[in-house]
Design a protein around this ligand. Structure first.
Ligand code: ATP
Ligand code: MG
Length: 499
C-alpha cells in the first residue's frame, strides 16, 4: 500500500539540545509503525513537529502527497492526524464525556447550548470501542490513571482520521486493557489507517507493529521490518551497544539474609480498600508486591505511608507502636514513597532538575540545615549520571525534559533522600530498557547498603529480578508470601490465578 506520510531531513533544536538531526521517516497506509529509542531520543519531539505542536528548524513533511506545515495540533487534527500525546492533557474536574469532546462539543440545532444527551451518548459509544463501560457524567479525576489513559485514547479514536499517533498510550494499562487497544489498532489498520506507536515495552512492539524506526540521540539509527529483527538486535540498536549484564549473575541474591525489622503491621484493614493483612518489612531486603492492577498493591503502600488511615490494625516501627498521621509524618519516621502517578504528584515543572532532585533530601534535613549549592549540584550530578538522565545540565527546568527523564528525576529524588524504607510504586514505568536495568541494579545496591525496599511493579519479570521476598495480592487480600526458589514467574502467576 501507498505512503501516507513522508518526512525527510527533519531537524529541531532547543536551547542547548539538538533534539532531532536530519530525521527521515515514512508511514504507509494500513501499517502500524513502532517508534523506539531511549528516554530523550527524540520520539515525542518528532511527533510534535509532525503535528505542528513545535515548529521545525529544517526539513520537509509530505502528507497525502502534499507538502504540509501545520502551525498547531488542531490544524493537524482537522487534516486527519489524530494524536494521543504522552502527557495526559485532560481536565480532571470535567466529566469523562466533556473531556472527550473538549473544544468540539455538539450543539443543539440553532441554540447556543451544548447537547448533553448527544455528547454523553457519543462518549459512551467511543468508549465501548475499547470495551469500557463508565458513567461518562462522572468527573474524569475520579477514575484511575489507567482509565484516564483509555479515555484519552478513546478521545482520539472518535475522529475518523487517516493517521493515528499514540505516544506511550499503554504505560498505565494492564495486559487486558492493552490487548483491547491492540484489537482496535489492528481493526483501524485493516481499514487503511496508518498508525505510529511509541512504547518502551518490547513485547508490545513485537506483537503489534509491522515496522520499527529506531532513534538514538536525536538521529535515526534505522528502520526495520518487525518480522526480520530480533529483540537483542532491536535493543542494541537502541542503546548503541550490547546489553551485556542483562541476564547474568548480578541477579543471584535470592538466598540473601535480611537485617533487623523496620516495620510491622498486624491485622490492618480499611473498608473497600484493603482487607485485613499482616506484613513485616526488614532492613536489607526488597519486598516485592505482586498482583494484578487493582489487587491492592498501592493500597498497602499507602497505609504504611499515611496517605490513607487504616480502620484497624497495629503498626510498629523499630518495634515501637506508631500511628502515622500522614506522609510528612512518615518521612520523619524514615520513609520515602515514589508514587505511581508521578505526573500528578511529583514534578515541580518550573524548578530545575537539581532542585527537583534534592527536594526530599532537603525536607528530611529540615530548613535549618540547608545544603550548599555545591552539595546540591553534587547530589544532582551523581543521579544524572547513575540514572542516565538526559539533560543539558542541572539548571534545566524539569518541564523541558522528555517524559521518561522526568520520571527518572522523581525517582532520583527519593533515592537521594536515603530513607530507611523506600517505597517504589512502578519505578521503571515509561523508562527505557537501558536505564531500567540501571535502576534495578541500584535497588539491589541500596538493599545491600541496608535499606528496606517495598517494590511494586506490574512487570513480573522485574519483580522476580529485584525481590528477595514477595507478597502476592489478589482482590484486595494479601494471599501468600513467596521466598527462595518460589520467586519465579510461574509460581507468582499460579498464585495470582488460584481461587
Ligand atoms: N520544550 C523543550 N525544551 C527544551 N528541551 C526539550 C523540550 N522538549 C524536549 N526537549 C529535549 O529534547 C530531547 C528529546 O526529547 P523527547 O521528549 O523527544 O524524547 P523521547 O524520545 O520522547 O523520550 P521519552 O522516552 O523519555 O519520552 C530531550 O533531550 C529533551 O530534554
Ligand atoms: Mg516521549
Amino acid at each position: 500500500m501507498g505512503e501516507i506520510l513522508n518526512v525527510t531531513n527533519l531537524s529541531k533544536s532547543f536551547p542547548g539540545v539538538k533534539a532531532l538531526t536530519s530525521i527521515s521517516f515514512d508511514l504507509k497506509k494500513g501499517e502500524i509503525h513502532g517508534l523506539m529509542g531511549e528516554n530523550g531520543a527524540g520520539k515525542s519531539t518528532l511527533i510534535k513537529v509532525i503535528t505542528g505542536f513545535f515548529s521545525r528548524d529544517d526539513g520537509k513533511i509530505v502528507y497525502n502527497g502534499a507538502d504540509v506545515n501545520f502551525t498547531s495540533p488542531n490544524e493537524a487534527v482537522k487534516h486527519g492526524i489524530s494524536t494521543v500525546y504522552q502527557e495526559i492533557n485532560l481536565i480532571p474536574m470535567l466529566s469523562v464525556a466533556e473531556n472527550m469532546f473538549l473544544g468540539r462539543q455538539p450543539f443543539k440545532n440553532g441554540f447556543h447550548a451544548i447537547d448533553w444527551k448527544t455528547l454523553n451518548d457519543r462518549a459512551q459509544k467511543a468508549l465501548a470501542l475499547l470495551e469500557l463501560d463508565l458513567d461518562v457524567t462522572m468527573p474524569l479525576g475520579s477514575f484511575s490513571v489507567a482509565v484516564q489513559q483509555m479515555v484519552s485514547i478513546a478521545r482520539a479514536l472518535d475522529i475518523s482520521a487517516d493517521i493515528l499517533i499514540l505516544d506511550e498510550p499503554t504505560s498505565s494499562l494492564d495486559a487486558a486493557e492493552a490487548a483491547q487497544l491492540f484489537k482496535v489498532m489492528n481493526k483501524l489498520k485493516n481499514q487503511g489507517m496508518g498508525i505510529i506507536f511509541v512504547t518502551h515495552f518490547l513485547d508490545q512492539v513485537f506483537e503489534v507493529t509491522d515496522r520499527i524506526t529506531v532513534l538514538r540521540n536525536g538521529a535515526k539509527v534505522g528502520v526495520f521490518k518487525t518480522a526480520e529483527i530480533t529483540r537483542l538486535e532491536l535493543i542494541s540498536s537502541m542503546l548503541g551497544k550490547e546489553l551485556g549484564e542483562f541476564d547474568t549473575d548480578i541477579w543471584h541474591h535470592k538466598d540473601s539474609v535480611h537485617g533487623e525489622e523496620y516495620l510491622s503491621i498486624e491485622k490492618a484493614s480499611k473498608a473497600e480498600y484493603i482487607n485485613e493483612f499482616d506484613m513485616t518489612i526488614y532492613k536489607g531486603e526488597v519486598l516485592g508486591l505482586a498482583g494484578l492492577l487493582g489487587s491492592g498493591r498501592t493500597e498497602v503502600a499507602q497505609l504504611f505511608y499515611g496517605v490513607e488511615k487504616p480502620d484497624s490494625g497495629k503498626m510498629k516501627i523499630h518495634g515501637k507502636p506508631v500511628v502515622i498521621r500522614g506522609p510528612k509524618h512518615a518521612i520523619e519516621y524514615g520513609m520515602g514513597f515514589c508514587p505511581e502517578d508521578r505526573k500528578a504528584v511529583g514534578i515541580i515543572p518550573e524548578l530545575s532538575v537539581r532542585e527537583n532532585i534534592i527536594l526530599a533530601l532537603q525536607a528530611k534535613r529540615g530548613i535549618f540545615r540547608f545544603l550548599s549549592k555545591k552539595q546540591r549540584n553534587e547530589v544532582a550530578e551523581k543521579f544524572i549520571e547513575t540514572l542516565n538522565i538526559v539533560t543539558p545540565g542541572t539548571d534545566q527546568s524539569v518541564k523541558n525534559l522528555s517524559g521518561g527523564n522526568q520520571q527518572k528525576v522523581i525517582l532520583a529524588r527519593w533515592l537521594a533522600a536515603n530513607p530507611e524504607l523506600l517505597i517504589l510504586d512502578e519505578p521503571t514505568r515509561g523508562i527505557d530498557i537501558g536505564a531500567k536495568v540501571e535502576i534495578q541494579k541500584l535497588i539491589l545496591k541500596l538493599k545491600d547498603d541496608g535499606l528496606a525496599i517495598l517494590f511494586i511493579s506490574s512487570e513480573l519479570e522485574e519483580v522476580v529480578r529485584c525481590a528477595t521476598r514477595i507478597a502476592v495480592l489478589r482482590d484486595r487480600n494479601v494471599v501468600k508470601e513467596l521466598t527462595g526458589k518460589d520467586i519465579n514467574e510461574q509460581v507468582i502467576m499460579k498464585t495470582i490465578a488460584e481461587t
